[in-house]
Design a protein. Sequence first.
Lengths: 309, 381
Amino acid sequence: MLEIVTRLLFATLDAAPALVFAALGAVLSERAGVVAVGIEGMMRVGAFCAAVAALTVPTPLAVVGGMLAGAALAAVHAYLCIRWRSDQVVSGIALNLVALAGGTFLLETHYGPNGTPPIQQLTAWDWPALSSVPLLGALSGHAAPTYLALALPFLLQALLTRTPLGLRLRAVGDKPHAVATLGLSVPALRWGAVVGGGLLAGLGGAVLSTTVLDRFEQHTPAGLGFMALAAMVFGRWTPLGAFLAAAFFAFGNALRIGLASSAPGLLELVPQGVLLALPYVLTLLVLTLQGQRSRAPAALGVPYEQESR
Amino acid sequence: MGERARQALPSVLSVLLSLVVCWLLIALTRDADGFTTATAAYLQMLWGGIGDWPTFLGGSPVAVLTRPIGEAAMKAALLTLTGLSVAVAFKVGLFNIGAQGQMLLGALAAAVVGSHVELPALLHIPAALLGAALAGAAWAGIAAALRLYRGVHEVISTIMLNWVALRLVDNWLVVGPLRGVAQAGASITGTAEIHASAALPRLLGDVSRLNLGFPLAMLAAVAVWLWLERTRTGFETRAVGLGDEAARAAGIPVARRAGLAMALAGALAGSAGAVLVLGTEGRYPGTLGAPYGFDGIAISLIGNNHPLGVALAALFFGAIRAGGTRMQLLDVHKSFPELIQGLALLFVAGRLIWLSVLRRRRAPAPVLSAPTAPTPEAPHA
């Protein structure tokens, strides 16, 4: 039994980081009042650029390249939404479409239809002292992103709730005019949050193609960005909440895969499709139960205008 | 320049700019003869969308025209319906990102009615269409109800509902309870084949896949336009979209109008699914794949959320996307037109940039010291 749980935890820790980073990126952007529908597209460019970069430079450096690519796409989003007050949902969806079709086009012209050539994956770190301990053994044998995904949510939570900068970021998502009266720049704070969100989403994408896979595969990230949005909502727009939700979704997924191979009879009672739909159904349920008390930032999606009100 | 034309200008310019940018993209990713290749690829896209006129005039049979036009019309019909779905929701002030999910359920309903019910053709097609419209409307109705009664933002709920629909339909219903029975040892994926009586008739016989779905979609665009412009409920719907407080003060039943518009949006997206299944697929395939529901968002916004603008945008993108398959002759991926469409949407999103650029051009030559020129920070458009 303990053995099975350890294996499940291991699979979860292996698969969760991409989702965690993307969800944290979404939280950062939305807490500052900018809708993060474009997360999926940012993950895709991050995954693509990391895989392409890893063909020539060392993989860790390529991951940084993927982050920068995600941030670049986020900068387009910020430019349209903050500088030109475009509709944030429209801009995000447009970026998703561009990333989807653009990735397919570049992949086809340079590497053929299926994916980039295989690359060197990030090295997994073994902790011999841990690997023999039951349960804790699941912590050993992952690449660096896994450990970062375990620490970053706490750091981001501390940043948002315990520092002046975090207070300002949250305020800019709830009452931007109040921040402006303090003499702070609303656009600058939002730019920072959106580009930071892009860095994290790009990291999530890069993790997909450098640890989960060993290449950029045509359909990456196949909806993971939208699941990150679900995790953000489920986690009530807080870094720790989003982290727990993402971990929960990833664990559920590992459990489903495990059951599919070890106990196929059980899956005839509850079909796979129902299990796959569960994260989204649960998110809808949580929203329904919270109703008006949902914790969405008050100024989410509202372009900031100095002269308004 | 008329007001109508001025409204449409940013969209037209966005599409043109996107065409230029994408042309450069092909040209610059080629090692040799980039510009010739890009132009040749664009020509293939054109002939693949509006018919291969050069070979036709050179003496080829008429099929070189009707086949591409049929493909273009088929795609245009789907884009029109999902575009209208998004546009109708916009008119009442809601953002329907859920056209994809509503379309999936509509497609499934059409496939079930088409294969499990036996009716004469005159009744079967309307029944299947109605089933699809109701399924789409019901799925959209969930988002509407969550918004009206629980205050859940429809952008989030429709994104979630898209994935719920996809997972339940593609990963469960179509591979499980509703899977078609294989005949004579042949294994099939997807639901059972629909009866011939439910198939949308082909309008040009065997030389083209052009079917009844196209005129139906065009009719839907005109009907939605007339409804919004010429009827009381349509007017009230637009009033709610322009400002629900004012609409409420004027005695308009805001919740009912919003609910009705969202249901209509779902019905339109559901019909798109029906046109896909009854017109070309013949059943709900193993996976529907085609993201026409998401495309509807782009079509609606490029069409300026106007029903006739939606139809125009759908005709244009239907044609170039049908032409995408012929771009493969020049090693350009067949999804390339989707990139053109995505970039066009991105440029449309920067609407205020266009307006600011256009205003600057119209304004008289600025005097350096005069502070009268409107700054982009405070547009009054």
